[in-house]
Design a binder for this molecule. Structure first.
Ligand code: NAD
Ligand code: ZN
Ligand code: ZN
Length: 393
């Protein structure tokens, strides 16, 4: 079959690889009909490159049709349509029973010190081949895949694999009350969907992203976009809009930036200056315009407010501003999405013929798998108009 493979830092390539087979009695193999490109895939390009091996199959956001089912599978059969969550959870262990599927004890990666295995994340998360491929082996077939009805287009359901439950959890973790204000940092696919979900719940939402064409999409759903030159301006604007207190909650839908990007450079400069506390006057005198989104979140949230981190961080560039966090009594919540914890609630919404969240027009690009290498580059470079890409193997 054809599959998108990692070949080196910043290099993806579509290759011929062996077809996956049913290995365990409760496995299925699906024929992938649509499969997403995610901000998390971009981390493999660079910051997480040391964990990758040439030839690793990437991708983790598939919908498809069951091609083959192992002898022990009782709830699915050939021809059924399923979405596969990005994290491999067994649905039966203690963690899964708590709704913490991303910490599944059956597939935990003790050696790497990480939680549940992930599709397409190489040895960092259990070496499970990825889903940007024509076929995918899926374990725990009676508990992991989400069965969806035939009929509506793939775009209606495919985001159940990641973007929807991820954004849903980020909004849940933001602990919003009806009158609260929310600032969403980042208007990539995840931040965009966070804003839509919070708006659907009647929350007043502000959004910041240096890429202005991404802001137009969220503003169409009623978000108030803050166009600012520097992060210090963003903080000033937020304070003006919130009687000087700051927003009740911030969702950081950015995470780490690739080394060498302007944000990463700016951060590195600041980290050298002042490791643990970052104040606006210091930023100004150091000539630093943009901080790591996490730092901006700490500045923009009100005292006692909540920061919900959905962007993925890691590495030496991300010291936590602990003094400020402690001083402001910030409630910090974070973690990988527990897809199966939320998927039934979201599916009910998706089955409503009114497309409340605009999922059917969410993807900006539908591309053949062969165009993946170029799409990775364009998505990283935030090419105009490109927000969410689906490959059609
Ligand atoms: P993305 O990388 O395209 O989105 C990031 C957006 O943040 C971009 O639009 C970028 O312009 C913007 N940005 C960069 N620096 C900023 C700053 N300082 N302030 C405001 N905006 C800034 O892709 P995405 O798919 O939306 O993913 C976003 C993050 O969510 C990634 O880190 C990804 O790994 C993470 N993610 C986490 C989970 C989870 O389970 N927690 C699941 C999916 C994705
Ligand atoms: Zn993803
Ligand atoms: Zn489990």
């Amino acid at each position: 079959m054809r599959a998108v493979t990692w070949q080196g830092k910043g290099r993806m390539s579509v290759e011929d690889v062996p077809d996956p087979r049913v290995r365990e009695p409760d496995d299925i193999v699906i024929r992938v009909t649509s499969t997403g490109l995610c901000g998390s895939d971009l981390h493999l390009y660079d910051p997480l490159a040391p964990f990758m091996e040439p030839g690793d199959i990437v991708g983790h956001e598939p919908i498809g049709i069951v091609e083959e089912a192992g002898p022990a599978v009782t709830s699915l059969r050939r021809g059924d349509r399923v979405v596969v969550p990005f994290n491999v959870s067994c649905g039966r262990c203690w963690m899964c029973a708590q709704g913490l599927h991303s910490q599944c004890e059956t597939t935990q990666n003790i050696e790497q010190g990480t939680g549940a295995s992930l599709f397409g994340y190489s040895k960092l998360y259990g070496q499970v081949p990825g889903a940007q491929a024509e076929y995918l082996r899926v374990p725990f077939a009676d508990t992991l895949p989400i069965r969806v009805p035939d009929g509506p287009p793939d775009d209606r359901f495919v985001f159940l694999s990641d973007v929807l439950p991820t954004a849903w959890q980020a909004v849940e973790y933001a602990a919003l009350r009806p009158e609260d204000t929310l600032l969403v940092l980042g208007a990539g696919p995840v931040g965009d969907m966070c804003a839509r979900i919070a708006l659907m719940r009647g929350i007043r939402v502000f959004v910041v992203d240096p890429v202005t064409d991404r802001l137009e999409r969220v503003s169409a759903y009623g978000a108030e976009v803050l166009v600012t030159e520097t992060d210090a301006d963003t903080v000033t604007t937020v304070l003006e809009l919130t009687r000087g207190r700051g927003v009740d909650a911030v969702i950081d839908a950015v995470g780490m930036e690739a080394h060498g990007s302007p944000v990463a450079e700016s951060m590195a400069k600041l980290v050298r200056l002042l490791p643990n506390r970052v104040a606006q006057p210091v930023m100004r005198s150091a000539g630093v315009d943009r901080l790591a989104a996490l730092h901006l979140a700490m500045h923009a949230v009100r005292r006692g407010g909540t920061v919900s981190v959905v962007g993925v961080y890691g590495g030496p560039m991300d010291p936590m501003p602990l003094m400020e966090m402690f001083d402001k009594q910030i409630q910090l919540r974070m973690g990988q999405a527990n897809v199966r914890r939320w998927s039934d609630d979201i599916l009910a919404l998706l089955l409503d013929p009114t497309d409340h969240l605009g999922v059917e027009s969410f993807a900006t690009h539908h591309l053949p798998l062969e165009e993946a290498p170029a799409a990775y580059r364009d998505f990283r470079d935030k090419c105009e108009g490109m927000v969410k890409v689906l490959f059609r193997p």
